[in-house]
Design a protein around this ligand. Structure first.
Ligand SMILES: Nc1ncnc2c1ncn2[C@@H]1O[C@H](COP(=O)(O)OP(=O)(O)OP(=O)(O)O)[C@@H](O)[C@H]1O
Length: 754
């Protein structure tokens, strides 16, 4: 304000006609108002017709000398206001979610801790109890689960084509029946493509819902029929489990325990649970090793599998499904892993695992066996009886082989020695018929056949009913911390991106030497355009490459109700900010110092602000593409089209007038255009050019004239910031929507038609 008043007075004093005629006074008043306006809106430097260049320079110097003005410029005020508004908005949205979350919690009076101490404690809750060893156990009679199943049938609709009749394909034929008991391990085995994986997913209620598949069958828990709900109260260890690669084993477990058990436990209790889990699954030695992935060295294959079991054991499920837990492991590692499963079973847990080509040692650790071939059941019963059963069916072993190898050979669709193709098919059909006729005690209680009210009983006893136990704010803080750790620990990626930015900056810096002749106008536009395209390209590509993989992990975590989409997404978006600022800042500093960009006071700050907002908008667009795409291939496929559209409509390559009307909106949302315009306004604002040197088009003496020629005469920098903020916000919204809409849904097992 002081600067405005003094500059206004100065203008009045400097005016040659001050106090002479009324008309002149009026003119002075108008000019004074315009000047005041310019002082209030210093970012409106692109308005060439509103001021002349020298006055702007004077005004700038006077402001720069004023410490208050230096400290609080419109740019900082705008940034601060936006930041405060965003924090308020985020807080408000999280608060609303927190309220909704609280409604889903069990009544408070059941949620209490007893006799808490660091070494010995017990907590009680509707569904959980934490015992004195720090193990979390489920309650309500589900300490053990006896799971029976019958008539499991999975159909896939097919289209009628030349060589198909359009009949549905049977992936599981409806003959499958059996039982997994507490304290026992059931192995599901069969040749490749037999339907083992789809069967365990269907049984656990984890088969991804698609319109093509329909699933029927019956499941019973402890003798009671499960109705309707697809997800069983069980842990499921997928074949390929992805973790955040830069987190250590301990951090991964701490993160999950904190989210799953939230306010039920203190930090000391959390640590006890994590220590016990690591000891139980033989991970203590690797506690501080990062998990790693195909690119980052970390845990061994066996350790990673054991970690994936450990994270599932957090809520101490009584029933555990595993899809090929030994695949990719050598025989010693496979035996060690199955031994850990054996120990869990010995504690009373029910274990169901798909096992592919086990060694005899691994095979003999299982109690029961379900054999499948071509979606049909070949055998269900104790492992110990399998060999005798096959021999009784008339298929004796042709040579000295272990039972695992022998039974797999019996159910192979390929001919055995001295068999024709027809014989092989007949063998499979005979075994399928015999097994369908096998009597299996499903352990049904009297009420089992009724549409059981008890079904509700076990649905209510699982972690899935209430969702995450950590409050929304706790979820947000844990997720934000994880995202920041991931971002800053990926040193390889950080170094690579930094080198990339420095290299590109040095290439531009080595080539562009901007003088002040007429040719330099074109050079400036060229450099600015390349900078805007390069920064957008790097940020979008990086987000597209990294996000779909992360989305797959997050989708699983959200499906297991560890946390909600919103706190994850806000944490993710905010954690990106520091690195986006860092990478774009490096590039801008190099260009600013090497190419001779406009170095008037305050310009560097404006360059930095525009390029950082540009990087943020590009990163958000990358996130949005990743979020709406089914996988990284789709996202990478969309990338060139999105980038090309952004480049075409960057404001230089096609005029608005010649753009088809229905495409004009693209230029409004094209982030490269706004990046280009923002950098141009900062660069050209206040420049003067000599009239010499080669040129294209008419002479432009000032930066404002050059801007006018590019059609940017009326543009102001605040328009650019508004557009960049809007694009960022819209992309965040789209990403959130994409993540919510592409959330995993599971196929419900319906009762078979009578
Ligand atoms: N979501 C799905 N939609 C359609 N078909 C599917 C789906 N999932 C699996 N299939 C088909 O079902 C059959 C059985 O697949 P599944 O993955 O269960 O076999 P598998 O016995 O586990 O084999 P492998 O040991 O090789 O993993 C395969 O022919 C597969 O193409």
């Amino acid at each position: 304000q002081r600067a405005a008043v003094s500059a206004g007075t100065k203008l009045q004093q400097d005016s040659p006609a001050s106090g002479s005629s009324q008309r002149q006074k009026k003119k002075n008043r108008v000019e004074g108002k315009q000047e005041t306006k310019k002082r209030r809106f210093p970012l409106a430097i692109g308005r060439r017709h509103k001021h002349d260049h020298d006055e702007l320079d004077d005004l700038f110097s006077s402001r720069v000398q004023d410490p208050i003005w230096v400290a609080i410029t419109r740019l900082e005020v705008t940034a601060l206001t936006v930041a405060v508004l965003m924090i308020f908005l985020i807080w408000h949205v999280l608060h609303l979610q927190q309220k909704a979350w609280q409604k889903t919690l069990p009544p408070k009076n059941n949620n209490k801790a007893k006799g808490l101490s660091s070494s010995s404690f017990q907590m009680e809750d509707d569904d959980f109890a934490v015992d004195h060893d720090g193990h979390v156990v489920t309650k309500k009679g589900l300490e053990s689960i006896d799971l029976a199943f019958s008539n499991v049938r999975l159909e896939m609709a097919t289209k009628k084509k030349k060589n198909t009749d359009g009949k549905p394909r049977l992936l599981l034929d409806g003959s499958i029946h059996g039982r997994a008991k507490p304290g026992r391990m059931l192995a599901v085995m069969g040749p490749s493509g037999a339907g083992k994986s789809v069967f365990v997913h269907a049984l656990a209620g984890r088969l991804k819902d698609t319109s093509k598949l329909s699933l029927t069958g019956r499941r019973y828990i402890n003798g009671h029929a499960v109705q309707g709900d697809s997800l069983l109260p069980a842990a499921f260890v997928e074949q390929d489990v992805n973790f955040f690669p830069h987190m250590t084993v301990r951090e991964t477990l701490e993160f999950r325990v904190s989210l799953k058990l939230g306010s039920l436990i203190s930090t000391v209790e959390r640590d006890t649970i994590v220590t016990n889990l690591m000891a139980q699954l033989g991970l203590t030695k690797s506690a501080d090793t990062i998990v790693g992935d195909t690119k980052v060295r970390g845990l061994s294959g066996g350790e990673r599998k054991r970690l994936s079991i450990a994270v599932e054991m957090i809520s101490s499920p009584s029933l555990l499904f595993l899809d090929e837990p030994t695949s990719g492991l050598d025989s010693a590692a496979a035996a060690s892993l199955v031994d850990k499963l054996r120990q869990l079973a010995n504690q009373g847990k029910t274990v169901v695992a798909v096992i592919h080509q086990p060694s005899q040692q691994v095979f003999s650790m299982f109690d029961d066996l379900l054999l499948l071939s071509d979606g049909r059941q070949m055998y269900f019963g104790p492992v110990a009886d399998a060999r005798y059963y096959m021999e009784r069916q008339g298929y004796p072993a042709e040579k000295e082989v272990g039972t695992a190898e022998y039974v797999l050979e019996c159910i192979s669709r390929f001919p055995r020695l001295s068999e024709t193709d027809e014989d092989a098919q007949k063998r499979i059909s005979t075994l399928a018929e015999s097994s369908a006729a096998q009597k299996v005690d499903l352990g049904l209680s009297g009420s089992a056949s009724s549409a059981s009210g008890d079904a509700r009983h076990f649905q209510s006893a699982v972690v899935t009913r209430y969702g995450p136990r950590a409050s929304i704010f706790k979820q947000f803080s844990l997720l934000m911390k994880r995202a920041l750790k991931e971002a800053f620990r990926g040193k390889g990626v950080m170094i690579l991106k930094t080198v990339q930015q420095v290299t590109v900056g040095l290439i531009y810096g080595g080539i562009y030497k901007l003088g002040n002749n007429q040719a330099s106008i074109q050079d400036r536009y060229g450099l600015i355009s390349l900078t805007a395209i390069g920064a957008a390209n790097m940020a979008i590509a990086a987000a597209i490459r990294a996000f779909p993989k992360e989305k797959a992990i997050v989708a699983n975590e959200i499906a297991s109700k560890m946390y909600r989409t919103l706190p994850y997404f806000i944490g993710k978006a905010l954690s990106e900010l520091p690195l986006v600022a860092f990478y774009n800042g490096i590039m801008m500093m190099i260009l600013y110092n090497m190419t001779g960009l406009n170095s008037a006071p305050g310009k560097l700050r404006q360059f930095m602000s525009v390029i950082m907002m540009h990087g943020l908008a590009a990163e958000s667009l990358g996130l949005a593409i990743g979020a709406i795409s089914a996988n990284s291939d789709v996202a990478l496929g969309l990338f060139p089209a999105v980038l090309i559209l952004n480049i075409i409509f960057d404001g230089r390559n096609i005029s608005v007038e010649n753009t088809p009307k229905y495409l004009r909106w693209i230029s409004k949302v094209g982030l490269i255009r706004w990046g280009f315009e923002g950098l141009s306004l900062v660069e050209f604002g206040g420049l003067t050019f000599s009239t010499g040197g080669p040129r294209r088009g008419p002479v432009a003496k000032t930066g404002e004239e050059a801007l006018e020629r590019m059609g940017l005469g009326d543009r102001v920098l605040s328009d650019v910031f508004k557009a960049q903020a809007t694009i960022t916000a819209a992309c965040w919204g789209l990403s959130f929507l994409g993540m919510t809409l592409t959330r995993q849904k599971f196929l419900v097992m319906k009762a078979p038609k009578p």
